[in-house]
Design a protein around this ligand. Structure first.
Ligand SMILES: NC(=O)c1ccc[n+]([C@@H]2O[C@H](COP(=O)([O-])OP(=O)(O)OC[C@H]3O[C@@H](n4cnc5c(N)ncnc54)[C@H](OP(=O)(O)O)[C@@H]3O)[C@@H](O)[C@H]2O)c1
Length: 240
């Protein structure tokens, strides 16, 4: 039976992925801060799911939670990192920028590193992390969120490069870059091409199963990515 951990499984994409994994025979450790939501998911998947209440901002607690999960499951085949926060913050309120950096940068890095080091020791494993199309450029409404996603994407690429330190080619890194997905995280007024949670998660899970290096969700966001990569800053400043 394969084993997985989902960080940020209490709602949205992470929660939706639990069902896909359980259906495919995984034993899944799920995490998040909201205990009652963890319990509710466990009730649905009684024998396949174990719960770990955990705040990724507490970096020491991340180590304890990670080690406790590894003690329980012994080996880990797949880690999905879906924890994240984002705010519209046009006035640059510090609490919102700080919360975003603590969660999406420091919190994420701790989980990425614990995961990579475990996979290196095991000689196998797959880290699939939800970053965002927001990683590609800056944004005047949500600077910390867009910058944090750029950080995640570059960190994940570094881990991909580091997989060459592990003999056998059995450590994989997948960077998942959604556009808008219908969860409470979808930011802003100018929302378009919003994918339903079901469709987005189906495409995300397919990409994970195929061990893709990176993927835009839904597929049409490949087009936006192409434009964002070449558009000059002055043009983006004018239209966004
Ligand atoms: N929805 C979109 O349009 C969209 C687009 C691009 C990228 N994304 C990315 O997709 C990922 C999942 O977001 P979502 O759309 O599924 O939104 P969501 O429903 O708000 O899910 C966010 C998850 O992150 C967890 N989380 C937040 N802060 C945490 C903390 N300090 N410690 C532990 N867990 C924490 C939440 O659990 P608790 O609150 O229980 O802790 C929740 O399970 C995020 O990284 C987001 O940036 C979303």
């Amino acid at each position: 039976m394969p084993n997985a951990i989902i960080f940020g499984a209490t709602s949205g994409i992470g929660k939706q992925l639990v069902g896909h994994l359980v259906k495919d025979g995984y034993k899944v450790a799920i995490t998040g801060r909201r205990q009652e939501l963890l319990e509710a998911i466990k009730e649905t998947h009684l024998h396949s799911v174990s719960t770990y209440k955990h705040d990724v901002q507490d970096l020491e607690a991340s180590v304890s939670a990670f080690n406790a999960i590894v003690s329980e499951l012994k080996t880990i085949d797949l880690v999905i990192h879906s924890s994240g926060v984002g705010y519209e913050n046009p006035k640059l309120e510090w609490e919102k920028e700080y919360d975003t950096i603590q969660t999406n940068v420091l919190g994420a890095t701790r989980i990425y590193d614990l995961t990579f080091n475990l996979f290196k020791a095991q000689g196998f494993g797959h880290l699939a992390a939800i970053s965002s199309i927001a990683s590609l450029r800056g944004n005047r409404e949500s600077p910390a969120y867009f910058a944090s996603k750029a950080y995640q994407v570059n960190y994940l690429e570094s881990l991909y490069f580091k997989t060459k330190e592990v003999k056998g080619g059995k450590v994989h890194i997948t960077d998942i870059r959604p556009g808008f997905v219908d969860t409470k995280m979808a930011l802003g007024d100018g929302i378009f091409w919003m994918a339903s949670l079901e469709k987005a998660t189906r495409q995300i899970y397919n990409a994970i199963k195929r061990k893709k290096r990176r993927v835009y969700i839904s597929k049409r966001w490949n087009l936006i990515a192409l434009v964002l990569k070449v558009a000059p800053s002055w043009l983006i400043k004018k239209v966004m």
